[in-house]
Design a protein around this ligand. Structure first.
Ligand code: CTP
Length: 144
């Protein structure tokens, strides 16, 4: 007898954006939770030039942030975020089923709902790149 053919389901794709400075557990948990719901995760990493436009400056340079995000097991593809207005093109180009962000962005990407699902996942409590930087500074001042 011929083996039964299983219907082929297209892998679902999630897209997310961020700087990922001082790559930390909040970033990893977000990626892990995205991969619980979608088959593939594409991550746009903000370039140093784009961060300068946003008035941010990362400790870790772009190439190294890309290397660390790429090395995470939950991440399938990484590409640069260079402009505020690239998201609609990215959603189409990557065939994204969902744009997923942490809850600090709730409501900010709702304009993309005609193009794909827009989902805000809860942030991991008690950790952020800013808090890590502040903690290091405080420890230097306390000389520990
Ligand atoms: N994120 C998260 N949990 C955290 C920190 C970040 O889920 N504790 C998510 C954010 O919601 C965002 C993504 O990780 O979707 C990238 O966030 P990014 O701004 O690079 O990290 P932060 O630690 O929030 O950086 P900053 O302190 O500079 O705002």
């Amino acid at each position: 007898a011929r083996p039964m053919l299983q219907p082929v389901r297209r892998p679902t794709v999630a897209l997310t954006y961020g700087t990922y400075d001082l790559f930390h557990i909040g970033h990893v948990r977000l990626f892990e939770r995205i991969r619980e719901r979608w088959d593939r995760l594409i991550v746009a990493v903000s370039t140093d030039e784009f961060n300068a436009i946003k008035g941010k400056r990362s400790v870790v340079p772009y190439a190294d942030r890309v290397a660390m995000v790429s090395a995470c097991r939950w991440v399938d593809e990484v590409f640069p975020e260079r402009r505020w207005d690239q998201k609609a093109d990215d959603i189409r180009r990557w065939g994204a089923d969902a744009l997923v962000m942490g809850s600090d962005w709730t409501g900010r990407f709702d304009d993309f709902k005609p193009l794909c699902e827009v989902v805000y996942l809860p942030r991991t409590e008690g950790v952020s790149s800013t808090a890590l930087k502040a903690d290091v500074v405080a420890r230097v001042h306390a000389s520990i």
